[in-house]
Design a protein around this ligand. Structure first.
Ligand code: CAA
Length: 257
């Protein structure tokens, strides 16, 4: 399928999506949303794909929701169309999605990175929620996911002042999983995704789902959920294979059974 705002490739068992609106620093408009969801849905349906990487350009992962698209919208427009509501679907992707972030990840760009499962950032990455400078507030999860990721103090600081934080501060704060050199960003993210894609698919999907539960339910509910998922994996051939391989001092050959 031909896309207008994204590039889509497959690298072995990894799907790679690159945001591609360089003239607008990858600002997120309704076409980007539609195309991103279509590309993710295709990777979800493709049994050969085990993990996904989402990246942007060296200058910008994404500089936010498209301000020029938003400018003319009225209150009835955004309410009746549930403007930005569709982005939540990114969080519903079951296969792991890694955000590989270089340059600006601002507003909706930061929120899109947080919709992914973890963020690998280059040294040049800059994160922020500058919506306050436009007379609005974050609308794709910034006040919620950022607060869960970095805590109240830093989330309040970023959301209320609109300032940016660099990669080092973002890693210190728990927003970013790892920082890598800018010229190695996509390579490192693809390597991490390939590693994930080589594990037993069922364990990967249940691991992602279980960590996600930690943000939605009580500790007791989450622990019970995790234990049941853990126990259910003993019904798979891959659990037998993984443990036999350890005991026999060889590499496991997972078959997604
Ligand atoms: N929407 C639409 N266009 C954008 C954009 C955005 N979010 N960010 C950048 N662009 C466009 C600029 O308008 C410019 O286009 P023109 O050449 O046609 O004027 C082009 O991208 C290059 O941008 P700059 O010339 O501004 O580049 P710079 O290097 O001088 O500055 C920047 C980079 C600091 C990121 C600056 O572009 C900027 O501040 N962008 C807006 C950031 C922002 O406010 N994001 C939040 C948007 S609201 C939101 O995201 C709501 C939500 O919660 C979902």
């Amino acid at each position: 399928m031909a896309y207008e705002t994204i590039l889509v490739e497959t690298h072995g068992a990894v799907g790679l999506v690159t945001l591609n609106r360089p003239q607008a620093l990858n600002a997120l408009n309704s076409t980007v949303l539609k195309e991103l969801l279509a590309a993710f849905a295709a990777f979800e349906a493709d049994e050969a794909v085990g993990a996904i990487v989402l990246t942007g350009s060296e200058k910008a992962f994404a500089a936010g929701a498209d301000i020029k698209e938003m400018q003319p919208l009225s209150f009835p427009d955004v309410v009746t169309g549930d403007f930005l509501g569709g982005w939540d679907e990114v969080a519903g992707i079951r296969k792991p999605v890694i955000a590989a972030v270089s340059g600006y990840a601002l507003g909706g760009g930061c929120e899109l990175a947080m919709l992914c499962d973890f963020i690998i950032a280059s040294e040049t990455a800059k994160f922020g929620q500058p919506e306050i400078t436009l007379g609005i507030i974050p609308g794709m999860g910034g006040t919620q996911r950022l607060t869960r990721a970095v805590g109240k103090a830093k989330a309040m600081d970023l959301v209320l002042t609109g300032r940016m934080m660099d990669a080092a501060e973002a890693e210190r704060s728990g927003l970013v999983a790892r920082i890598v050199p800018a010229d190695k960003l996509v390579e490192e993210a693809l390597t991490a995704a390939a590693k994930i894609a080589a594990f037993s698919r069922a364990s990967v999907l249940l691991a992602k789902e279980s960590v996600g539960r930690a943000f939605e339910v009580t500790l007791a509910e989450g622990l019970r959920y995790e234990r049941r998922q853990f126990q259910s994996l003993f019904a798979t051939e891959d659990q037998k294979e993984g443990m036999a391989a350890f005991v026999e001092k060889r590499k496991p050959a997972f078959r997604n059974r």
